[in-house]
Design a protein around this ligand. Sequence first.
Ligand code: IPE
Ligand code: IPE
Ligand code: MG
Length: 247
Amino acid sequence: MRVQAASSKNSVPRDPKVPVHVAIIMDGNGRWAEKRGLPRIAGHKVGVDCIQGVLEALSAKGVMFVTLYAFSTENWNRPATEVQGILEILYDALQHQTQTLHDNNVRIVHIGKVDRLSSQLMEAVTHAQELTKDNTGITLNVAFDYGGRDEILEAVRRIIHDGVSIEEVDEDLFNSYLFTAHSPDPDLIIRTGGEMRISNFLLWQSAYSEYYHTSTLWPDLDAAELEQVLEAFGNRERRFGGIKPGA
Ligand code: IPE
Ligand code: IPE
Ligand code: MG
């Protein structure tokens, strides 16, 4: 099945200093807990509780799409107890936060693989998506069992399955087969936790994203720092391969 790709055409002119789409690699939960002598899972719990505040801060600034990297296709390599704990935390969050997000007009979309998640978790995901699908506020993409390489391979498989002809394959068509077909490319990717790598996140979509990294651990990221991040974004000069305007 092909999804209509998000397009910036015909949209209301926006302030280019405000990113339309912010994607976040929420890293550092484990270290946050370890620093406090707590089990790593306690960091994941606090990390999920921080999401609402960050969404509110971004929404207040006019951001329309937020993608959160919550669990990668490689995170299954962690000890089974940690994986199980993260799955339970996600399930709990869906149970307890979906209604509030819905009340705030948030559209929730899962991006990632679905075949390795339990039927109970998938039911909660499907419920959240169905309930919020017509909401017109911020779109929250939850990247769970998400990997950029997996997404690209899955798109290729589906393009072949649909019998698309070689002539039809272009960037717009490819976009329309990605999990993020409903979202524009991220303008800004933020990574907390100090690492300077992409860790298989939005490999196709990040071609011209501005990248910001901070050593702040995810549970410690507050509204004041987010403000600084958005200010830094506003001062970036995006050239998309061209040259400085007026040069
Ligand atoms: C990010 O925090 C959350 C997930 C990957 C699930 P980490 O658990 O990777 O935290 P650190 O990097 O070990 O501190
Ligand atoms: C990236 O963090 C994935 C998520 C935040 C979900 P990781 O902690 O898994 O990344 P690496 O292993 O340090 O690259
Ligand atoms: Mg990490």
